[in-house]
Write a protein that binds this ligand. Structure first.
Ligand code: ADP
Ligand code: MG
Length: 261
């Protein structure tokens, strides 16, 4: 192989957008000729590296688009700290069958027990499986939809939350929702009903959603649709933030846990 040929190969890789191949072809060709690697093995290696690089880039891109508040996978979740979570059930959810079946996942529990972490972790699994995911808090989504309504762009924004295959709505119940907000939330839920799976998290039990949405009728209509095909995880236990504070020596263990969130 001469320099002109190598240059031509690299140029062709660029035209085909084979970024990794362009970068690696020289070294892999040299290795193949010095070690007498069979043609098929050389090609196999080159294409495997190209596919791996493209897959990683695609996952990074879709992770950025998902707008997670932090990027932490299920791999770093300490199941031992939260015995009320069934690890097997989370592993089953991580296979993403619930997305295929159009099921929702509702994660309930007090602050700090890992609701957002689990939602993000499952969202990352969905991205690895090739799905488009979008993360929002309930408050943020309602603010966006409220503004869109006043600007005459509600339809466009509803689509924004309907298009991703998996929508994660975090923190239902942290902030009170007014009647207009509850109506918009209901519209979005209706759009996704039986079409787009969701992961919802809340610090409030279903019985309190009437107060969360400021209207028992709307709350019932929302719950009716959400729970029609849903898996509910009820997390009971201590805040993980408390564990970290204890470890850092910021508080003493005899302090009442209820004061720390
Ligand atoms: P919640 O959404 O229930 O309020 P988060 O998921 O935000 O709680 O968890 C609070 C912090 O503690 C996050 O940084 C999260 O990664 C971490 N965390 C919570 N539970 C665990 C756990 N069991 N193992 C590892 N980290 C955890
Ligand atoms: Mg949270």
């Amino acid at each position: 192989m001469n320099a002109a040929q190598l240059e031509r190969l690299q140029e062709q890789c660029s035209r085909l957008r084979l970024v990794k191949s362009r970068e690696r072809i020289e070294a892999l060709l040299q290795e193949a000729s010095s070690q007498e690697i069979p043609y098929a093995d050389f090609l196999d290696r080159l294409l495997t590296e190209e596919v791996a690089a493209k897959t990683a880039k695609n996952i990074t891109m879709r992770t950025n688009l998902a707008r997670f508040p932090f990027v932490k996978g299920l791999e770093v979740f300490e199941f031992g700290y939260q015995p009320s979570i069934d690890k097997k059930q989370i592993q089953q959810l991580a296979t993403c069958h619930f997305i295929e079946h159009g099921e929702n996942v509702v994660i309930l529990g007090p602050p700090g027990v890992g609701k957002t972490h689990l939602a993000v972790g499952l969202g990352m699994k969905a991205i690895e499986a090739g799905y488009r995911v979008f993360f929002t808090t309930a408050a943020n989504m309602i603010a966006v939809l409220t503004r869109a309504l006043s600007e005459g762009r509600l339809e466009e924004k509803l689509k924004h939350y309907t298009v991703p295959r998996l929508l994660i709505i975090d923190e239902i119940g942290y902030l009170p929702i007014d009647r207009g907000g509850a109506n918009l939330f209901f519209q979005l839920i209706s759009r996704r009903y039986e079409r787009g799976p969701m992961i919802l998290t809340s610090n409030q039990s279903f019985g309190s959603w009437g107060e969360v949405f400021g209207d028992r009728v709307i709350a019932t209509a929302i719950l009716d649709r959400v729970l029609h095909h849903a898996i509910t995880l009820n997390i009971r236990g201590n805040s993980y933030r408390l564990k970290e504070k204890l470890k850092a020596g910021l508080i003493r263990s005899e302090e009442p846990t209820t004061t720390i969130n």
